[in-house]
Design a protein around this ligand. Sequence first.
Ligand code: ADP
Ligand code: MG
Length: 251
Amino acid sequence: MIKVSGGTVRFGGHVALQDVSLTLEAARTTALIGPSGCGKSTLLRLMLGLVEPDSGVVEFDGAPLERANRIAIRKRVGYAIQSGGLFPHMTARRNVELPAQHAGWDRARLDRRVEELRDLMRLTSDALARFPAQLSGGQRQRVALMRALVLDPEVLLLDEPLGALDPVIRGQLQHELRDVFSELNSTVVLVTHDLAEAAYLAPDDIVLMREGAIVQRGSFQTLREEPSAPFVKTFIDSQTERVAALTGGAV
Ligand code: ADP
Ligand code: MG
């Protein structure tokens, strides 16, 4: 699906990603996790073609991501960020419709799709008629997720989509997202700094990063029981109680 080989990204003298290789499998949810500044967002943006590697290759279904095919590939990928990234001067509905309008969809098709997604993300029509500033943080994230899903993408890249929400709303959306991911059956990459969220939403595939590199990839259980480095154990141990609280000890 998406394959990064030897990806290195520098910003000035700073190495944000160092020789990162990662293959994403179809129809699986993967969590990218690690301390702030370790390169999670950069890796996601690299997969989307929003940053170019200084060295290394990104492939999408076997084809290298390059200037010529970037736009076409981006239509097959949904992307949502922490703040939602909605256009403030457009209603929520317009924000959701925008990618599909650019893709040339007619009114009837647009209306059908918005209704489907509204149902999936549990928003009222009334909420969709409002501007982003008139919505709660949780509603804004639901709208951002609707927009990311509108073109029915093969891959969904989510950069700390719940990061800005208060704990109660965040918990609610975590439960809903789990249902959404299993219903969608698409490839999902979820960036988070919260191990409980990673263990809950992507128990089988967690990629733990540190300082621009992948330290260990595996199921939550593997990371917990067979940490490949002291850092992995420290990272897991520091969040164990919260993992147990969210997953109910299921992982
Ligand atoms: P994370 O998402 O894990 O918190 P990022 O991928 O955002 O980390 O950032 C990795 C490192 O690269 C950080 O040190 C950050 O300051 C730096 N960085 C990210 N984007 C840029 C940019 N556009 N210009 C300069 N430095 C950047
Ligand atoms: Mg980030």
